[in-house]
Ligand binder design. Structure first.
Ligand code: COA
Length: 346
């Protein structure tokens, strides 16, 4: 039986697609965090907690909080402009903008469209991606598909969050963990590197209740009752999330390394989702990594959900922890549940 594409009276652009001579890599990374710092000492005045408890249980010392008039799209646009300037690419050359976020400016239109307007990307398609804290690697994998298929050459993937807008500032179990910020990368075809080698993504919706914001969707639209029941805030079962995060990230990492026939010792830098220092240490140990391989900056930013890996990647590059040609492993985990691991030749 033949699977040859039949002749047609029209042109099928997809018929010309093949990936030979094509790679997809990150040509630049940038980040933006708001000015205002919320320290553990500040939190001690808001809920029954202590700097000692927060540092020993999470590793977090402070986090950034966006101004009242500073939206997710504003932070995303600042990170995006930084990336474009580093890559020497003009906004009108961008063909697709993907914004990973769980804190869009509003349910619709997509925050990506607001970013498209703010940066002047007049030739770009734009959409939001909701995979919670895993959104950045989901975004990389999707962006990569467009580049490898030759649909687009220049794709912006942004992770941006104003988590302070959905945090219950009376709930000490959650309010100490999260912060605001944005990170962005430009994905392009660069044939002098292998770029994104693989991304192993996963999900388990049966565990959705472990981490969610129950209100604001069609199940619990905003009503006086839903507000009174505090349904419009993030809810989490911390202990269960902790266990699932360690298991999912280490399994995804092992699968991604195996797909590339790589040993952990060949990885220059592991950039994990900055959830909790104890989670990252546990994952690193289970992978057989040495502590110097695991990059952490959560002490200063807390968990910024979809923005966290991009913000960490930017800092790792700026500090010279990653240089062109190095192999890096990125790990994510979040609500859904969702998770992922990506291997990149930087
Ligand atoms: C939330 C988390 C830090 C709690 O740490 P833990 O070691 O699991 O702590 P426990 O849940 O066992 O709680 C220990 C005690 O500290 C208390 N506690 C919780 N938050 C506190 C806080 N901010 N300050 C002081 N005490 C706190 C609890 O009430 C509990 O008290 P109890 O023993 O009297 O009931 C941890 O479970 C975690 O990080 N989970 C993953 C969260 C995460 O990463 N979410 C995002 C994923 S994308």
């Amino acid at each position: 039986m033949s699977f040859a594409i039949p002749p047609a009276e029209f042109k099928n652009p997809r018929a010309e697609h093949d990936f030979v001579g094509r790679t997809c890599s990150i040509s630049a990374v940038g980040a933006y965090v708001p000015e205002r710092r919320l320290t553990n000492a500040d939190l001690e005045k808001m809920v029954e907690t202590s700097d000692e408890w927060i540092v020993s249980r999470t590793g977090i010392r402070e986090r950034r909080i966006a101004a009242d008039n500073e939206m997710t799209s504003d932070m995303a646009a600042k990170a995006a402009c930084q990336v474009l300037s580093k890559a020497n690419v003009s906004a009108d050359q961008v063909q697709l903008i993907i914004v990973a976020t769980i804190t869009p400016d509003m349910p619709f239109p997509a925050t990506a469209c607001l970013v498209q307007d703010k940066i002047g990307a007049t030739n770009a398609a734009a959409f939001d991606l909701e995979a919670a804290c895993s959104g950045f690697i989901y975004g990389l994998e999707i962006g990569q598909q467009f580049i490898m298929s030759r649909t687009y050459d220049t794709v912006l993937v942004i992770g941006a969050e104003k988590l302070s807008s959905i945090i219950d500032w009376k709930d000490r179990d959650t309010c100490v963990l999260f912060g605001d910020g944005a990170g962005a990368v430009l994905m392009q075809n660069r044939t002098n590197t292998h770029g994104l080698l693989t991304a192993c993504l996963g999900s388990d919706g049966s565990k959705a209740p472990l981490l969610s914001m129950p209100g604001g969707g069609c199940q619990h639209p905003a009503t006086p009752e839903s507000v009174a029941a505090r349904l419009h805030y993030l809810k989490m079962d911390g202990r269960e999330i902790f266990k699932n995060a360690v298991n999912a990230m280490q399994t995804a990492a092992k699968n991604a390394l195996a797909r590339c026939d790589l040993d952990i010792s060949q990885i220059k830098c592991i950039i994990p989702h900055q959830a909790n220092k104890r989670i990252l240490i546990a994952v690193g140990e289970r992978l057989g990594a040495n502590s110097g391989q695991v990059f952490m900056n959560l002490d200063r930013y807390g968990n910024t959900s979809a923005a966290s890996v991009a913000i960490a990647l930017n800092e790792a590059v700026e500090r010279g922890r990653i240089e062109r040609g190095d192999l890096i492993l990125m790990l994510v985990f979040g609500a859904g549940l969702t998770w992922g691991a990506a291997v990149i030749e930087w």
